[in-house]
Ligand binder design. Structure first.
Ligand code: SF4
Length: 372
């Protein structure tokens, strides 16, 4: 997801140069130079793998809740995951998370181990419901590099309302379990991260975020907004602001929270769509990363691959029919082949030619402001 670049090592000039070379010989090279580069494996910054689309929570803003009647519940089969190992060897990070709760997958820890064996960093994100002392010990023993916990409020009143089926207190307890397991194992990892969803009716709670998290040994907090609006009732919550002044006001509150976090030893990052701040490429790093859903479909990002059969969603209040934008299935084809196929290469090129797909054209991720 959008915060994954925060989990990679800082780029230096050498790495950037190497990245350029890797890009040239990967799908980008295919786009620019053609055939000779089609057989050289690409290097990915990250691969995001949805190990399951099942979830044990019912967050009010989540497509899993809104689309529940048409939701495609799946576990990614372990043998499909194993087929991805050559690609893992070419990735900096494998992030095991999508639209479901990863810890529900019966083979989750085997998957962590397979990804670790491929030599890449491994992370996941959880709602914390299943993290007790024994699961925390397995997360540590499994060698995960980071675990992100999701929150959407700083009080039980707001968080537990938005994130129905989860509890703020349980998330904090899960973090304590994980920190204790690290201490007992003498391990520095996994780093503990917070993926914080800011909704409009949660803005008043935002200033309390640094106080809430102080003392929990949190390595990173990333604040994002609701970018996929699956119901008319959520339009107001989305913070897809149309007025620049309103966006600037909110940006300044976010800056203040980040500064107060810094005083307490917390690294707080944020992303916010700002009108008039249009970028050529979205913030999802689609030239060097991709998403694989639990049913094996490959897409540039999670928004393009919501596991639902029939649905509508909303863009700036207007209803649109939802259709997944995918480029192949890893059940049928090698991931490198999918990455290099013409329609996917053309999709990646669309950001430089300006001929974006209808789905991308209106995406808030094209106008994101963020702090460093
Ligand atoms: S612009 Fe397209 S690829 Fe990028 S995040 Fe939006 S929908 Fe995904």
């Amino acid at each position: 997801m959008e915060y994954l670049d925060r989990y990679l090592p800082k780029k230096n000039c050498g790495r950037q140069l190497w990245s350029g070379i890797e890009y040239a010989v990967s799908g980008g090279g295919w786009a620019v130079f053609g055939f000779p580069f089609a057989f050289i494996a690409p290097a990915f910054d990250w691969l995001q793998v949805e190990v399951t689309s099942y979830c044990n929570a019912a967050c009010v803003y989540c497509p899993h809740t809104i689309y529940r009647d048409n939701w495609l519940n799946r576990h990614l089969p372990l043998d499909t995951f194993q087929k991805l190992r050559p690609a893992f060897r070419k990735a900096g990070l494998v992030h095991l998370q999508g639209w479901g709760e990863p810890l529900l997958h019966p083979d989750f820890f085997t998957m962590v181990s397979l990804a670790r064996q491929a030599g890449c960093r491994v992370g996941t994100a959880t709602n914390g419901k299943l993290v007790d002392a024994s699961v925390a010990a397995r997360l540590v023993a499994g060698g995960l590099d980071f675990v992100a916990f999701s929150l959407a409020g700083t009080t039980a009143e707001k968080n537990d309302f938005f994130r129905r089926g989860t509890r703020l207190e349980k998330v904090l307890e899960a973090i304590r379990f994980l920190q204790k397991a690290k201490e007992e194992a003498g391990a520095a990892r996994p780093a503990v991260h917070i993926a914080y969803l800011l909704l409009r009716s949660g803005i008043d709670e935002l200033p309390q975020l640094p106080d809430l998290l102080e003392g929990y040994g949190i390595d990173q907090v990333v604040i994002t907004t609701l970018d996929f609006v699956s119901s008319p009732a959520l339009v107001e919550e989305s913070l897809f602001l149309t007025e620049r002044t309103a966006a600037e006001e909110l940006l300044s509150s976010l800056q203040e929270v980040a500064a107060r976090g810094k005083e307490r030893g917390l690294s707080i990052y944020y992303q916010l769509s700002v009108p008039g701040q249009r970028k050529q490429v979205c913030s999802e790093n689609v030239q060097r990363a991709l998403f694989i859903s639990a049913d094996g479909l490959v897409s540039p990002c999670v928004f393009a691959n919501v596991p639902v059969a029939r649905a509508t969603f909303l863009v700036r209040g207007a209803v649109r029919r939802y259709g997944r934008m995918t480029f192949g299935n890893v059940h049928d084809h090698d991931l490198f082949r999918i990455w290099r196929q013409k329609d996917y290469v053309n999709f990646r090129r669309s950001f430089s030619t300006g001929r974006l797909t209808a789905f991308c054209r209106e995406c808030p991720k094209l106008s994101c402001a963020q702090n460093e």
